[in-house]
Write a protein that binds this ligand. Structure first.
Ligand SMILES: [Zn+2]
Ligand SMILES: [Zn+2]
Length: 386
């Protein structure tokens, strides 16, 4: 059987059943006809033999749910307007690789590459040697989250762009109103054979690039390739606590599989927008808090902001050095196990630019009172060490 057979032959008519016939009806019709036209009871009757082949072929397709669907789709897609290429001989080749054992065994895949050929027309636009399902490709994309959404987790809409059947020509590659014709070079098989001395090799047909079909009037949208970039939008759940630059795997959200194969995986590279106040270090949040010299020297209780919560009070003991980091437990990023990281508060002295006269004289008094203490004395001493 070839592509041409699918498009030219009316298998329903051959079995005398309707297009909506149930599998049992098809089986019963086939049995009745097969008995009548079987070569054993019609010795030497060429007409009966041809008829027997016809009904056997029809049954092999219509009794297989998958192939029946392909056949129906092919015929509705090409609308019966399929042009038979000149130079081919109708009735020839159609019965070629057909195995009667498969008809009687019932479950065989007699046509071999046929499903693949049609899979090719509808899916990828090229034939492969196997009829096996193929897993979809892994897809990589990226998304940018706000600082808070990265901490809390969120659902984002991801627009994925990938190659799929051209929507204008439904993947046939042919201009509207026309249909591809069977490749005359390979008779629709997509394969050509070459003899190399004593052995022959089979390779994809050059004429149709393995597709089995050639297009006379290419679809203007896809230039006849039958493929087009299309995009779809999916909703992806981003778990809580993702970090900037992290890659998240979303299983089976990648490209759809072919011929019933599983979908590929989707990898999402996450970018996190910086927060104006908070930083992140793993599951800890960081914040730098301005303090005055007096607060560090004399000690103080200072209010520091927490992320999405009320400010917390941090007690600064007297004599705290500038740049010291305090830890506020449990005010960081919530972890998977339900525990939370900490808030790391770093104090930073703010030096006032404008001083009122009272403050100015107080600082001048301080300078005077501490005149005997050189803050660099120790540094200068230690610099002398070898
Ligand atoms: Zn070809
Ligand atoms: Zn197209």
């Amino acid at each position: 059987m070839s592509t041409k057979d699918y498009l030219e032959k009316d298998y329903y008519k051959a079995l005398g059943v309707t297009k909506t016939a149930k599998p049992a009806e098809i089986k019963a019709a086939y049995r009745k006809l097969a008995r009548k036209y079987h070569p054993d009871s019609n010795q030497g009757d060429a007409k009966a033999e041809a008829r027997f082949k016809e009904i056997s072929e029809a049954y092999s397709v219509l009794s297989d749910e998958k192939r029946r669907k392909e056949y129906d789709e092919a015929r509705s897609l090409f609308g019966g307007g399929f042009r038979v290429p000149t130079g081919t001989r109708p009735g020839q080749g159609g019965f070629g690789g057909f195995d009667l054992g498969d008809i009687f065994g019932g479950a065989g895949d007699a046509a071999g590459g046929l499903g693949d050929l049609f899979g090719g027309v509808f899916n990828r636009g090229r034939t492969t040697a196997q009829n096996r399902p193929r897993r979809g490709a892994d897809v990589e994309t990226e998304t940018t989250l706000s600082f808070g959404d990265a901490i809390d987790g969120t659902t984002v809409a991801l627009r994925l762009t990938g190659e799929g059947p051209c929507p204008t020509c439904h993947g046939t590659g042919a201009k509207a109103g026309t249909v591809p014709r069977m490749c005359p070079s390979c008779q629709g098989t997509g394969q050509s054979s070459r003899n190399l001395g004593s052995f022959g090799i089979s390779e994809p047909c050059k004429e149709c690039r393995g597709r089995g079909l050639v297009v006379d009037d290419p679809c203007p949208a896809c230039s006849g390739s039958g493929r087009a970039m299309s995009s779809r939008t999916i909703q992806a759940r981003i778990p809580a606590g993702v970090a900037d630059g992290q890659r998240i795997k979303l299983p089976a959200k990648g490209a759809p599989g072919e011929r019933g194969g599983p979908a590929g995986d989707l990898y999402v590279r996450v970018h996190v927008k910086p927060h104006p106040v908070f930083g992140r270090s793993g599951s800890d949040l960081t914040v730098t808090v301005p303090v005055s010299f007096a607060e560090l020297t004399l000690g103080a209780e200072v209010k520091v902001p927490s992320h999405r919560g009320a400010p917390v009070t941090v007690r600064i003991p007297p004599g705290t050095p500038n740049g010291r980091t305090f830890m506020v437990r449990g005010k960081g990023v919530r972890r998977k196990d339900g525990t939370s990281g900490n808030l790391l508060v770093t104090v930073e002295v703010m030096v006032p630019k404008d001083l009122n006269s009272k403050a100015r004289s107080a600082i001048e008094d301080l300078r005077e009172a501490t005149a005997g203490q050189d803050p660099r004395e120790e540094l200068l001493e230690r610099a002398k060490e070898a």
